[in-house]
Write a protein that binds this ligand. Structure first.
Ligand code: NDP
Length: 251
């Protein structure tokens, strides 16, 4: 379906779980070379991408660490010769607390991973894409990048920030052949939501009821949007924050 992704090298941060995992496998099926970057050293995604027919490499990386991100991009290019596209997806939810009770430690952890991490990745990705004269980046924001949510201020601030970074970079590089967009998932059934809800049936039901469509989203439904945004099928789309949210922000 996405011929333009074939034989392209695509980086997926946080590629070993949830949305990143589904996206890495879909990219493999589309014939891309997939660089999986993660804190988690699980081999499962790598094996599934290989089974799907894609070439792949796993690179251990903490996206909030400048040296590790530099190493990630250098190693990706050394392995596959270039980096065409990136899905900056790695993120954490942090701890829940009202603003006056939340800690600096939690603020630093969430902002460093979700916001600084996306910024650092974009810096090294764009530096390389400028030399290539072409590229596309999708950053993973959230519906929490579009509206407020009580008790998770650092997460909400980080995800609003990701949209700001996305729009700014889109303007800066629009004439250099590099498109930069964001996806804003609604509530998606992943390990993050399992942690957030404590896998409690009643809480999960409440989350389902928040979604006008009446169910949680699937990681694959976000992967499908990411592939479209990376591919030439969305060639006139840049600086956009695409809600894939079962109608959440339409309320
Ligand atoms: P998961 O927890 O399933 O996956 C996140 C992955 O990112 C994990 O493998 C995790 O590793 C990795 N990771 C965490 N911190 C870092 C880091 N510093 N450097 C590199 N890798 C890291 O979460 P989801 O798939 O649900 O979330 C993916 C993205 O989607 C996040 O940015 C999240 O905010 C966003 N999102 C998710 C929604 C949802 O409902 N699930 C809704 C809206 C947005 P480890 O497990 O070892 O920590």
């Amino acid at each position: 379906m996405y011929e333009s992704l074939k034989n392209k090298t695509v980086l997926v941060t946080g590629g070993n779980s949830g949305i990143g995992h589904a996206t890495a496998i879909s990219l493999g099926k589309a014939g891309a070379n997939v660089v999986i970057a993660d804190l988690s050293e699980s081999k499962e995604t790598e094996e599934l991408v290989k089974k799907s027919g894609g070439k792949t490499i796993f690179i251990s990386c903490d996206v909030s660490n400048d040296q590790q991100v530099m190493n990630l991009i250098n190693k990706s290019i050394a392995t596959f010769g270039k980096l065409d596209y990136a899905f900056n997806n790695a993120g954490i939810e942090g701890l829940s607390a009202p603003t006056h009770e939340s800690t600096q430690n939690n603020w630093d952890k969430v902002i460093n991973t979700n916001l600084k991490g996306v910024w650092l990745c974009m810096q090294y990705e764009i530096e390389h894409m400028l030399k290539n004269g072409k590229g596309a980046i999708v950053n993973n924001s959230s519906v929490a990048g579009l509206v407020g949510f009580a008790n998770i201020a650092p997460y909400v601030a980080s995800k609003h920030g990701v949209i700001g970074l996305t729009k700014t970079a889109a303007l800066e590089y629009a004439q250099e052949g590099i498109r930069v967009n964001a996806v804003c998932p609604g509530v998606i059934k992943t390990a993050m939501i399992d942690r957030f809800t404590g896998n409690d049936e009643k809480v999960l039901k409440e989350f389902e009821n928040m979604e006008p469509i009446g169910r949680l989203g699937l990681p694959q439904e976000i992967a499908d949007a990411v592939l479209w945004l990376l591919s030439d099928q969305s060639s006139f789309v840049t600086g956009h924050a695409l809600a894939v949210d079962g109608g959440f922000v339409a309320k």
